[in-house]
Each structure stands twice: as structure tokens, then as C-alpha cells.
Write a protein that binds this ligand. Structure first.
Ligand SMILES: NC(=O)c1ccc[n+]([C@@H]2O[C@H](COP(=O)([O-])OP(=O)(O)OC[C@H]3O[C@@H](n4cnc5c(N)ncnc54)[C@H](OP(=O)(O)O)[C@@H]3O)[C@@H](O)[C@H]2O)c1
Length: 268
């Protein structure tokens, strides 16, 4: 089967491309770095020619409200039009658990727009809602840092390894479209502060985590269960402590900016 992975050079995309290739599929990693741009349309029709499935794991370069909305709206419209023309039979997209509960954020309004465009198109689809990736924990800490303190609310979070996200996407992409949304998450729940405290200790990062009920998650007010999946979600196997031990080891041998490199950069 020919499968096009839009955003195939990213954190999730690069892992997904490897997994699908290992299963024997013909896989195209489509992104600006490989000459495919879903905003300008460059290379899109050629990449999709003969494809049965397209998986969208791209992300916006800017998360500013207007920019991120413009990215997901334009990119999704262009993908769906090009996929219709190419006769693609299954569109798979990665979104975030709780998107519909987090609409005070411009990022999640943009993800909701992406999802609604997919639901309104004639292409059979599967939307995968994942919880936050382990690789994103440094980004959460950095966003909430104030001097030497990291201020976080006590909401629950059930993060998962990027590798487990990619594994589940590979399964969904090679199965029949569900024309609906499934949720995936990690094997354990944490309090946000406890999760970040564990990570900073493993990375020997001196910042102190402070519980602050008024602090947001990425600037958004969240309640106890805003970020966690519902009962029955598919759960990844990798435990945070396992991943953390590995990332701390990689950080110790990498130079410089070692933690950022080992944890996926923490851009967000
Ligand atoms: N962060 C989380 O914890 C989390 C949780 C659940 C779901 N998600 C979702 O997971 C998805 C993937 O996230 P990620 O962290 O893997 O992303 P990422 O590492 O930032 O990768 C983004 C990818 O998008 C590509 N891209 C950017 N602009 C493009 C364009 N105009 N045309 C085509 N491709 C373009 C990039 O290509 P280049 O390399 O060529 O620039 C790159 O391959 C996102 O949609 C996000 O909403 C994230």
C-alpha cells in the first residue's frame, strides 16, 4: 500500500515512516524538507499520486492564534482537495485528547477546525486523539517557568511516548477508516507538577516546581480531568520512568543543549 505521511520528518512522523516501511509499505515522508508543502501546494499532487492512505502528523511552525489557525485551515483544505483528486481512500489525522475542552486556546481552536474540515469532507477518515508526548514535558516546564520556579496547576495528565503514538497511528493507518475519533494515552496518570518534578530531577535541572492552582497549562485554565482520556482509551506500554532513564542517559552523552536534544527540543 502507498501511504503518504504529511509531516513525515517530524517527531511523530519520522517514527511513523520507519514503522510503516518496516511493515513493507511504500511510504512517502512529505514535508517542506522533502519538497512537499501543504500551504503552497508544492509537491503535494505528485506525492499523493497512487496513494491509498494519507496521514497528517504535521504541525504549525508558529502557535500564535491567527498563524496557527491559518496553518491548520489552509493545510487541511489543500490536503483534502489534493487527496480527493488523487483518489485517496483514508485520511488519518493526529489531534489532541481534550481538544473540545480546551477551546480558550487558539492552538486548540485551530485543531478543532482541522478536525471539522476532515469530518465535513467526503474522504473516509480516522482521527486519533493522543495525550501529551513524554518528549513535550520539557516544553511544558519551559512555558511555565518564572525565574527559577515552574508554576503548574494540579491537573491530571496521562502522557505517552512518541514511539507508542507512532505505533498506534501505524495500526490505524493500515486498518479500515473508522469515520470517527479514537483516544490514546499513556499507561499512568500524574499530577502535572509531579510529572515535571520527576523529569527535572532526572535531567539534573535545578528549577523548582511550585503547585499553583491559578497557573494554567500552556496559558489555558484546566480542571482535574481536562487533559486525560476517557475510560476505554488505548494505552501505550512505555512508562515515563523508563523513557526518562533513557532520555537522561542520552542527555549525558550528547553535547551541548543536551536535554533539549534528547527530549525532542521542547520547542512547544
Ligand atoms: N505535542 C504533543 O504532546 C501532542 C499531543 C497530541 C497530539 N499532538 C499533535 O501531533 C502532531 C505532530 O506533532 P509533532 O510534535 O510530531 O510535530 P513536529 O515534530 O513539530 O513536526 C512537524 C512536522 O510538520 C511539518 N510541516 C510544517 N509545515 C509544513 C507544511 N507547510 N507542509 C507540510 N509539512 C509541514 C514539518 O516539516 P519540516 O521538518 O520539513 O519542517 C514536520 O515534519 C501535531 O499536529 C500535534 O497537534 C501533539
Amino acid at each position: 500500500m502507498k501511504i503518504v505521511v504529511i509531516g513525515g520528518t517530524g517527531l511523530i512522523g519520522s517514527r511513523l515512516v520507519l514503522k510503516l516501511k518496516a511493515q513493507g509499505h511504500e511510504v512517502v515522508a512529505a514535508s517542506p524538507n522533502t519538497g512537499v508543502n501543504t500551504i503552497t501546494g508544492e509537491g503535494l499532487a505528485a506525492a499523493l499520486k497512487g496513494a491509498s492512505v494519507a496521514v497528517d502528523v504535521s504541525n504549525a511552525p508558529s502557535w500564535e492564534d491567527a498563524a496557527v489557525m491559518s496553518f491548520f485551515e489552509t493545510s487541511t483544505r489543500n490536503q483534502l482537495a489534493a487527496e480527493t483528486a488523487a483518489g485517496v481512500k483514508h485520511h488519518v489525522a493526529l489531534s489532541v485528547v481534550g481538544t473540545d475542552r480546551l477551546l480558550s486556546s487558539g492552538y486548540f481552536r485551530a485543531k478543532m477546525t482541522q478536525e471539522n474540515l476532515i469530518k465535513g469532507s467526503s474522504i473516509p477518515y480516522s482521527i486519533v486523539h493522543a495525550t501529551q508526548f513524554f518528549e513535550f514535558v520539557k516544553g511544558i516546564a519551559d512555558f511555565s517557568t518564572d525565574g527559577n520556579k515552574v508554576r503548574l496547576p494540579s491537573a491530571l495528565i496521562q502522557p505517552m511516548a512518541a514511539d507508542d503514538v507512532a505505533g498506534e497511528l501505524a495500526r490505524v493507518a493500515t486498518a479500515a477508516p473508522i469515520n470517527g475519533t479514537i483516544e490514546i494515552g499513556g499507561p499512568e496518570k500524574f499530577r502535572l507538577g509531579e510529572l515535571v518534578r520527576q523529569a527535572l530531577a532526572a535531567w539534573k535541572d535545578p528549577r523548582e516546581v511550585v503547585a499553583d492552582p491559578h497557573a494554567g497549562y500552556y496559558g489555558i485554565q484546566v480542571d482535574e480531568r481536562s487533559l486525560v482520556p476517557r475510560e476505554g482509551a488505548q494505552l501505550g506500554k512505555t512508562r515515563f520512568a523508563e523513557w526518562l532513564a533513557q532520555s537522561a542517559q542520552q542527555a549525558a552523552s550528547a553535547q551541548p543543549h543536551s536535554v533539549a536534544a534528547a527530549t525532542g527540543g521542547g520547542k512547544k
